[in-house]
Design a protein around this ligand. Structure first.
Ligand SMILES: Cc1cc2nc3c(=O)[nH]c(=O)nc-3n(C[C@H](O)[C@H](O)[C@H](O)COP(=O)(O)O)c2cc1C
Length: 455
């Protein structure tokens, strides 16, 4: 945990105490969000506070292992003195990151720094864990040399494990793609949020992020899409089907519209292009905002046909005020927007990486929730044909009445208009759009279909 206060640390530790084997206090994080709050590496210059926090945790949770991780201090004396103080609080072990607070992770841990970790290890009687060696540790066999130079009981890895988690495999490193496939299978089984899975996979791809496969993962919006990038989408489907069956066997009540019960991703557009997709029911919150789980994907929308543009055109056509967006940032650094359409509010969950995308997602929720399919100019699909039909009614009647035409396109339009005039709306759309627009009409229909983007 990150903490700057003994009482709060203990209260927080008790909240999670039943679910964890141990609690480690972070005394190494140099990031502003830690330092500003007096946490992480900010503690290194406050030995008394360290003593208070660790003592409170050790005494308050005697059945749990309390540990902490520090960075090296500028002098050997200060480092050893701090390590001794920490040991005196009764902690079960001490992690030592072999860098100074100001050092960046790309700087290697020097021989002198490894030697200082060794001195800490030999001067304490509790286990000391060596950390900071990821730049040199590519495989399991690299662990022993780092452990030997630091003289520690064990080694802790962060980035090396992110880059390829089979670094812990005594038999040797596995190819990245095998690791990613294994990870994806597990993610599908345990319902890991796809955004988190994506982050982990991108980190694993590391130098391969610029490859075609890396780009495909970057653009993925669901676990299934990522599985498809690695050719295991069928396995994904089988895992999800097995989980649905198991849930049914256990008699767990499942809202068939709630994919969050599973992984929330198999309804995302592009996940199953031709499958029957389920439509989620929008939920109206206490704040009066109609919400849907929607992910905005630019690729789903034709040029100039994104939800915000369509919505603006729609409001103009309807002669109502333009859409008003409000956007806020969540604690997880995601953006959520609410769009106000003539007093009715719509918003998407779970949030987007930018304000622009959040607004697009909110606009999309409006289109989905109201089941509106719009043309590029904001008119409602179908309505414009009827309006046109009305307009042409007179001409069509005239032509059908005997004037005739030599132009086949004009003839088709007239036939469409005649069909509309006779009340056959579907025939009118088919005839007028098919002949007059040569297929272009289909492309200009906004796919505000819920299936398109509902996660
Ligand atoms: C994504 C990420 C998250 C981390 N979170 C923590 C943390 O919560 N607590 C902590 O003490 N250190 C944290 N660290 C720092 C690592 O534990 C470690 O000290 C640092 O990365 C150096 O080790 P390495 O060379 O094995 O990467 C984090 C590092 C990374 C890359």
């Amino acid at each position: 945990m990150g903490t700057a206060d003994a009482d709060r640390a203990l209260r927080t530790a008790k909240l999670v105490g039943n679910d964890v084997a141990g609690i480690d206090v972070n005394m190494g994080c140099p990031k502003p969000f830690s330092i500003k709050g007096g946490m992480g590496a900010a503690l290194l210059s406050q030995p008394e506070r360290i003593r208070d926090i660790l003592t409170a945790l050790v005494k308050g949770l005697p059945e749990k292992r309390i540990t902490c991780k520090i960075r090296l201090l500028p002098t050997e004396e200060a480092t050893l003195s701090l390590a001794k103080l920490i040991e005196s609080t009764g902690v079960a072990a001490l992690g030592v990151h072999g860098r100074l607070q100001a050092q960046r992770p790309r700087e290697p841990v020097s021989e002198a720094q490894a030697a200082l970790i060794k001195k800490v290890a030999s001067s304490l009687s509790i286990p000391v864990i060596a950390n900071g060696g990821s730049l040199d540790i590519k495989a399991y066999s690299d662990l022993a040399p780092f452990q030997a130079t630091t003289g520690c009981t064990s080694v802790m890895l962060a980035r090396a494990a992110q880059w390829n988690m089979s670094v812990f495999r005594p038999e040797g490193l596995l190819p990245t793609e095998d690791v990613v496939r294994a990870y994806l299978r597990l993610a599908a089984q345990v319902d890991n949020p796809w955004e988190n899975s994506k982050f982990c996979i991108m980190t694993t791809l590391h130098h391969e992020q610029v490859t075609e496969r890396g780009k495909a993962v970057r653009e993925s919006k669901s676990l299934r899409e990522m599985c498809a990038v690695f050719g295991i989408e069928k396995e994904y489907d089988a895992i999800i089907a097995a989980r649905r069956n198991r849930a049914a066997e256990l008699g767990i009540a499942i809202d068939p519209d709630d994919d969050a019960m599973f992984d929330g991703s198999d309804d995302v557009v592009g996940g199953e292009p031709n499958s029957k997709r389920r439509r989620l029911t929008p939920a109206v919150g206490d704040d009066g905002v109609t919400r849907l789980k929607v992910v905005y994907n630019r690729k789903e929308h034709a040029e100039g046909m994104n939800p915000k543009s369509l919505l603006l055109c729609y409001c103009k056509k309807q002669m109502i005020p333009p859409p008003a967006y409000t956007c806020s940032e969540t604690a997880m650094k995601r953006f959520v927007a609410v769009v106000d359409i003539n007093g009715n509010k719509y918003g998407a969950t779970p949030g987007e990486s930018t304000k622009k995308k959040a607004e697009q997602a909110a606009a999309q929720v409006f289109l989905i929730a109201t089941d509106l399919k719009l043309n590029r100019d904001g008119t409602v699909v179908g309505e414009e044909v009827q309006a046109k039909a009305k307009e042409e009614k007179g001409t069509a009647k005239e032509k059908v009445a005997g004037k005739g035409t030599q132009d086949p396109e004009e003839g088709a339009a007239a036939a469409g208009a005649a069909a509309a005039a006779s009340g056959d709306g579907a025939a009118a759309v088919e005839k007028a759009a098919g002949k007059e627009d040569g297929g272009g009409a289909a492309a200009s229909v906004a796919t505000a279909d819920a299936a398109g983007s509902v996660a």
